[in-house]
Design a protein around this ligand. Structure first.
Ligand SMILES: [Zn+2]
Length: 287
């Protein structure tokens, strides 16, 4: 890594070509980092990635179709904090290049047809407002009707304050929608990425049949500082990390980003595509 030391000292590094790892502070060559699924090759730190990058590394390049893009945000409360909510939405859209905090796609994972939902933390902190709730609801209904497994990647600070009670209602609405899948025996898998907090973790993030997380992801409801102030106790080391939650039995596994696509393929096979064949084989077998 002597070369990196050389570059580190050098001034006028072209912006975007080098990325500093926030964990081990190593200076990383951005194209290499990209090829490595945005995971630091030195320490394994998983960088936060946007929704479109997530879709690219999860779905096969062919046969992708965006879903529910027609559901757009509105401002029913005419809310204004430091700036009007409509302005905030517009800025978020320009900054994040997505039109809301969750996108849905129908597509394939190694040729297995699935629907994936991907949250984008860059859009108002991945907060859940009416649009996130409605798109999620429709995705569940769609998957139940078409009999397709649903996979959702969460990344959220929680409910969207600017939509007040309408945001909180989405917790009940999304939880109810998961029931459509359950009734039909359709698998619903959640992948919790950094960070998954608040109303999202308290609703659809933790309702997956299989719940996995990326290494080091911060997952919880209230923030650690708020909890410490409330209970007036020091929290254990690693509190609210994916690894801590795995140890305490709240999630099923922690999966490295490079292995996720394979893992999801195995899961939809086991829970759905192969399972159907196995059941048919069993039914057809003569005793
Ligand atoms: Zn690192």
């Amino acid at each position: 890594m002597k070369l990196f030391d050389f570059f580190r000292r050098k001034k006028n590094i072209p912006e975007g070509l080098w990325t500093k790892c926030p964990s081990c502070k190593e200076l990383l060559y951005t194209p290499d980092l990209k090829d490595n699924f945005w995971v630091c090759p030195e320490c394994g730190y998983h960088f936060r990635i946007d929704a479109k990058t997530r879709v690219d590394i999860t779905l096969d390049p062919e046969n992708r179709k965006p879903l529910f893009g027609e559901i757009k945000p509105t401002d029913p409360l005419m809310f204004e904090d430091l700036k009007p909510y409509t302005k905030r939405l517009e800025e978020a859209k320009n900054k994040s290049k997505v039109d809301e905090a969750i996108l849905f796609y129908k597509g394939e994972i190694y040729k297995r047809l699935v629907v994936v939902g991907v949250m984008d933390f860059n859009f108002i902190g991945g907060s859940m407002g009416s649009v996130v709730g409605e798109r999620f609801f429709r995705a569940c209904r769609y998957c139940a009707q078409k009999e397709l497994p649903l996979i959702v990647f969460t990344a959220s600070g929680g409910a969207r304050m600017q939509e007040s009670i309408l945001s909180l209602m989405q917790m009940a609405k999304t939880s109810l929608a998961v029931g459509f899948l359950r009734e039909k025996g359709i698998p619903y898998i959640t992948v919790l990425t950094d960070p998954t907090m608040g109303g999202v973790s308290a609703s659809f993030a933790f309702l997956g049949d299989i719940i996995v997380a990326e290494p080091g992801a911060r997952i919880g409801f209230a923030g650690a500082r708020v909890i410490e102030q409330t209970i007036k106790q020091k929290l254990p080391k690693g509190f609210q990390t994916a690894e801590f939650l795995l140890e305490k039995g709240l999630i099923d596994n922690v999966i490295h980003r490079k292995d996720l696509k394979n893992f999801l393929k195995d899961m939809v096979d086991m829970l759905f595509y192969k399972a159907k064949e196995w059941n048919l084989d069993r039914l057809n077998a003569t005793p």
